[in-house]
Design a protein around this ligand. Structure first.
Ligand SMILES: NC(=O)c1ccc[n+]([C@@H]2O[C@H](COP(=O)([O-])OP(=O)(O)OC[C@H]3O[C@@H](n4cnc5c(N)ncnc54)[C@H](O)[C@@H]3O)[C@@H](O)[C@H]2O)c1
Length: 342
């Protein structure tokens, strides 16, 4: 397959690019490096520096490359920032996605895989793990923009299905993967998480323990959970990357059709305190932290039921222990305390 990866120099994108290349696919990355890193892009993938904001750059990227499929990672991703500046988020995650899908269709590409999020569910209505049938009701603009992107893809797929002038093989097909908490680094220490600033718990806990980052802020310890801290589902980024490759291959082989949504998580919850403990054990030093007030809009618990992905594609997470994941993060930060060389 010839795959276009938008935002492929970012955290999850760079792991997916590597996984695609290692599975024998030809990959071209389109990224403006606003948050990504050229050094994170696999050497056998092409890196085209360009922005979704620039129609000429986008069109130039599609010209002459004859892609079979597209994966879209590029987005603004911070929940608190989206509350502060919703229009910026709607522009980056909705308006620029419209530009992208318009350009891809113009170029004759009709297979797409996009990054969605557990934030589309909002506050869970149940204690058990969430499957894809759980109602979507995002509680912040970030989750709203991702749900809007899903909706525009679903509508485009349906419109092709009812259009008699479009042959079945030319109809638009798309998958949205709703990630829970992506984390981890590669076993060989070559790829890892390098967001600036870093807002995620696992990397910040490890950085605090190793003394390469500030003391950790733990937001709230009075939630209705066993130890009072929020519970999340931590999925190793290589397991996530593999889900992308499997979904793309299934779309390409027409084993998947129409518009499909899949949760990607382990099905196991870990509390913030458990992450702090695992990070400290993996680092060999305790994580220094302070307890801060709750952040508005943080649900007490978010755990994925990924049965649909497991049954449809035969995907299974290989990393099921947060300690094991924390060890990969420790290796990454020991080898790259300042992240990628930019
Ligand atoms: N990290 C998580 O835990 C998580 C969880 C759920 C969903 N997601 C979604 O997964 C996707 C990837 O997340 P990530 O953590 O890898 O983010 P990231 O910021 O590391 O990667 C995004 C990439 O897109 C690029 N980009 C952004 N705007 C662009 C533009 N206008 N033109 C070209 N390139 C642009 C950035 O330079 C970056 O390389 C995002 O869509 C995010 O919303 C992430």
């Amino acid at each position: 397959m010839k795959v276009a990866v938008i935002g492929g120099a970012g955290y999850i994108g760079s792991f997916t690019v590597r996984s695609l290349v290692e599975s024998g696919h030809t990959v071209s990355v389109f990224d403006n490096l606003s948050f990504g890193h050229a050094a994170a892009v696999h050497r056998d993938a092409e890196l085209v520096r360009g922005s979704l904001e620039n129609p000429a750059e986008l069109e130039g990227f599609f010209q002459g490359r004859a892609f079979d499929a597209l994966v879209h990672f590029a987005a603004l991703t911070s929940v608190p920032d989206s509350v502060r500046d919703p229009l910026r988020y709607y522009n980056a995650n909705v308006a620029l996605s419209v530009q992208l899908f318009t350009a891809m269709r113009k170029a004759g590409v009709n297979t797409a895989l996009v990054s969605s999020t557990a934030a589309t569910y909002g506050v869970p209505l149940q204690d058990r793990a969430l499957d894809e049938e759980h109602p979507t009701n995002p509680t912040n603009p970030y989750g709203e923009t991702k749900l809007a992107m899903e909706s525009m893809l679903r509508a485009t797929v349906v419109s092709d299905q009812i259009n008699p002038s479009i042959a079945a093989e030319d109809r638009f097909r798309a998958v949205a993967l709703r990630y829970f908490n992506a984390c981890g680094a590669s076993e060989d220490g070559l790829l890892g998480e390098d967001h600036r600033p870093e807002t995620h718990l696992m990397p910040n806990a490890v950085r605090a323990a190793l003394g390469v980052g500030a003391s950790l802020k733990l937001f709230g310890n009075d939630y209705p959970t066993p130890d009072g801290t929020c519970v999340r589902d931590y999925i190793h980024v290589e397991d996530l990357a593999r889900a992308h490759v499997m979904a793309l291959e299934a779309l390409f082989a027409r084993r998947l059709d129409g518009f499909q949504v899949f949760n990607v998580g382990t099905g196991q919850g870990a509390s913030n305190l458990e992450i702090i403990e695992a990070a400290g054990e993996a680092a060999g030093r305790p994580v220094p932290y302070s307890v801060e007030p709750r952040r508005p809009g943080d649900p007490p618990e978010l755990v994925a039921d990924s049965t649909r992905l497991q049954q449809t594609l035969g995907w299974k997470p290989r990393y099921t222990s947060i300690r094991q994941i924390a060890e990969t993060v420790v290796r990454w930060y020991k080898g790259n305390p300042d992240g990628y060389p930019d």
